[in-house]
Design a protein around this ligand. Structure first.
Ligand code: AMP
Ligand code: ZN
Length: 497
């Protein structure tokens, strides 16, 4: 089977290949941990979880790094600008009366907790920027040695004018950008698009997070180097990702992922500062998720519409309901969150779980799978598993995958239970769980023998036309969290929640 992925580098759906057979080196830009993640952030991370699962379904082993930005991401005055303004962690620290280290630890832990809740496959390496300061400084050193850097009052910058391919990745019109900058450019910068690799701490301020700037990175004769005190500083956000990606995965990755907002600045800068040193592509594939809106509006602090996973749980939704909601939109389309849409996803998932529970009810005493395997209706469940992977192999087309599953399940809903090919059915459920991570098998336990006995008694009462007893038995059955759906072929139990 051919796996195609939309590659921002080429603007096309390219057939996927990896550098080493069956091994994918994948880097995902992680969150800045100065606050709780909102559902928009998770929209992307769920998309990249599907990517990992689809790679695995195509027999790849995935070696993956996700960073945690715990320093150096500044609020910026221009769109995508992370070089100026306040450090987001320092801002969080001020807000909460804590140190930046405490803020990073708290929201970093919350991020990991929600990775588990959402059933995301945990990357092998979750790398905190503050743990990779020497690697970042080493990259600055190499860039300085190659002549790509210059020093100004507030830090060491990358000179984008010395990297001729700078505008290529995002098809930037640098002249227009220069003219259209909303905030006047720092006059010491050589080009508007130049970015800080290493920022100096303000002279009059002790930052929670700062490191000594090695002397050899400072320009000879600069005022800074004359000072008796060491020059303290901290890394730029873009530098962090390049240094961690290359030190953990090598100079060329197979896939690099992030949000579409990363294309014009963050990823453009990652490419420039990495490729300037290595002369090799930083990654063969670049994938970007579109953004999620809420009620058709951009998520923003001022609108207070950046719901967290905890907010959804408080309103009675599960993390899997949210996952289902995300799967209903292709990752490259803009998403729109409304509680109506989330409820629709919740209903779809409840229906799917009830179908999954039918595997406990297929009575195989009369006909075994072999006898059923010539039956058209049952054979097609194997075809469904294949069709599902084919849809996902087409640039992770999750909406198409859901339609394929809906169609297969609609054939099961009124099927005679013992007509269902048990093995093909369970295999389909496993494929759904493996590729979409919906945990259908884990969240659909069998009922107790006592409840099963009550169901048999109710059937008996119904065949005796003893409706009173049958009604009472239904109520008893419902006490165990399931209800009965009567079909032409007999009762089927379903979960109440
Ligand atoms: P940040 O914590 O700001 O570094 O963002 C973490 C990730 O969330 C980045 O990859 C962003 O592209 C992504 N992101 C931010 N807002 C949204 C949104 N509304 N929808 C989808 N992704 C988003
Ligand atoms: Zn990044």
């Amino acid at each position: 089977m051919v796996l195609k992925l939309h590659n921002t580098l080429t603007g096309q759906n390219d057939e996927f290949y990896s550098q080493q057979p069956n091994l994918v080196k994948l880097y995902t830009c992680g969150p800045t941990v100065y606050n709780y993640l909102h559902i928009g952030n998770w929209f992307g991370y769920i998309a990249w979880d599907i990517l990992v699962r689809v790679l695995m379904a195509n027999d790849y082993t995935v070696e993956r790094v996700m960073n945690i930005t715990d320093v150096g991401h500044l609020t910026g005055e221009n769109e995508g600008d992370a070089d100026s303004g306040e450090d987001k962690l320092a801002k969080g620290a001020k807000r909460e009366g804590k140190t930046a280290w405490e803020v990073a630890e708290f929201y970093g832990q919350d991020f990991l907790k929600n990775i588990d809740r959402l059933g995301l496959i945990t990357p092998q390496h979750i790398a905190k920027a503050t743990d990779y300061i020497p690697q970042q400084l080493e990259l600055v050193r190499k860039l300085k040695d190659e002549g790509f850097t210059y020093q100004i009052d507030d830090g060491i910058y990358f000179d984008t004018g010395k990297f001729p391919r700078y505008a290529d990745f995002a098809h930037l019109d640098l002249a227009a950008l220069q003219a259209g900058a909303r905030v006047e450019m720092n006059p010491q910068k050589h080009n508007n698009s130049d970015f800080a690799l290493w920022k100096f701490s303000p002279i009059d301020e002790k930052r929670d997070m700062e490191w000594e700037t090695p002397d050899d990175l400072l320009e000879d004769g600069s005022e800074k180097i004359e000072a008796s005190e060491p020059i303290m500083g901290f890394p730029g956000w873009h530098l962090e990702c390049s240094a961690m990606a290359m030190s953990l995965l090598g100079e060329t990755l197979d896939i690099h992922t992030g949000g579409i907002d990363h294309i014009p600045v963050h990823h453009t800068n990652e490419i420039a500062q990495s490729e300037a040193v290595t002369n090799k592509p930083l990654s063969h594939f670049w994938l970007h998720n579109n953004h999620l809106k809420v009620n058709g509006t951009k998520i923003s602090k001022s609108l207070n519409n950046g719901y967290t996973i905890d907010n959804l749980i408080d309103r009675g939704y599960t993390p899997n309901d949210y996952r289902m909601f995300v799967l209903q939109t292709h990752y490259r389309s803009e998403g729109n969150f409304t509680f109506e849409n989330l409820s629709a996803a919740k209903n779809r998932l409840r229906n799917w779980r009830n179908i999954a529970a039918m595997r406990h009810q297929t009575h195989d005493t009369l006909r075994d799978d072999d006898a059923k395997s010539t039956d058209e209706g049952t054979i097609s469940l194997y075809a469904t598993s294949r069709a599902l992977i084919e849809a996902l192999n087409d640039d992770l087309d999750t909406p198409a995958a859901l339609v394929i599953i809906d169609e297969a399940f609609s054939r099961l809903i009124n099927a005679r239970l013992d007509d269902i090919h048990q093995h093909a059915f369970v295999q389909l459920l496993e494929t759904i769980d493996d590729t979409l991570g919906l945990q259908l098998l884990a969240t659909t336990p069998d009922i107790s023998d006592d409840t099963k006995r009550l169901i048999l008694q109710r059937q008996q009462a119904r065949s005796n036309k003893d409706w009173k007893a049958s009604d009472k038995l239904r109520k008893d059955i419902e006490k165990s969290g399931v209800t009965i759906r009567d079909t032409a072929y007999g009762p089927v139990w379903e979960y109440l929640d």
